[in-house]
Design a protein around this ligand. Sequence first.
Ligand code: NAD
Ligand code: NA
Length: 398
Amino acid sequence: MIIQPRVRGFICLTSHPEGTAEHVKQQIDYVKSKGEIQNGPKKVLVIGASTGFGLASRITAAFGSGAATIGVFFEKPAAPGKPGTAGWYNSAAFEKEAQAAGLYAKSINGDAFSDEVKQQAIDLIKQDLGQVDLVVYSLASPRRTHPKTGVAHASVLKPIGQPFTNKTVDFHAGVVSDISIQPVESQEEIDNTIAVMGGEDWKFWIEALKSAGVLAEGVKTVAYSYIGPELTYPIYRNGTIGKAKDHLEGTVPVLNSLLQDIGGVSYVSVNKALVTQSSSAIPVVPLYISLLYKVMKEKGIHEGTIEQMQRLFAERLYKEGEIPVDEKGRIRVDDLEMRDDVQAEVAKLWEQATTENLEEISDIAGYRSEFFHLFGFNFDQIDYEADTNEVVEIPSIK
Ligand code: NAD
Ligand code: NA
């Protein structure tokens, strides 16, 4: 079929198999260009491996340090008249590139929050790898069915205490407007968001993997968090999602004591704000990102997901000697985003931003382009008028 972008709100309903493969290939090429990561991981489980930071982590482990990888994700193959999801095509492309490079790569498509998928991962590790030495936890989801209670929790993106009014952008139309977001109406909304995006499921994974004996001596596990600037605090760090991130970060000491007897250690890495399927759904944040990209590109310090994850592995997780962390024990690869000079310029531009000057003072064009890249569109190498086969198999999934 001929596949072109079909956008509804902040989501794109279609994905291009060859375009997503190109996107994966560019990320692989970047990691290879940076050379081998010394003493990097060798057997890696990535939970949330099909898009965004999780995919970039998988690519970095495989092509930066020759790791065997098992990826867990929740994606859809093509159905009649409908292309598969970007994460499906990404994973198919990744496995093919890994195989061609002689690297082990298998995937599990299913609900990572369930006990069944955890058991499938354990069985696969036992069968093929024995143990893993790195577990990356990179899920982003709007809902979670709790495996013990069966309760379906839905997360919300809301401020807590009072309404929040600020600028936002419709990044397709390029229109800047004010948005007011009402605060949560109950503690339950906060608790539900923590249940979905907090650390409980990460803990369930590590407990299950450990009691099955599939975590290697000295295992590392890492999950991803975000802080960002004060202007997004009400909707992000001090809002419902921020409470979930507090919980995720608070899970680190719990996991550290769980892993102590096998010399294992857990980390949260605070990453940079980037265009992903998840972040484009958060009000206010896309305008911040488009101003941030402008400033960071001008200063020559811009990074995308793959640059972030390559740096996380090479200069933090597998750096020789002590891993640099902040006063709360967190790894910071948002260090360049949070630099005073960067934040001061973004804050100045934030005050000025209007529909009229948006193209000029922000990198809204870069935002849009990256958004389309997530779905395999907007690559010069691809002919989007041409017929393409939308039915693509992930080699390890029959
Ligand atoms: P993403 O949407 O690109 O990736 C989410 C992944 O989770 C996908 O692989 C998806 O298939 C998988 N997934 C979702 N629900 C699942 C389920 N039920 N079972 C199995 N897999 C499931 O998101 P992302 O932006 O890469 O986010 C990953 C992590 O990084 C999140 O914790 C996020 O908060 C954090 N983070 C994101 C940003 C940002 O700006 N995007 C910044 C800092 C930290
Ligand atoms: Na991810």
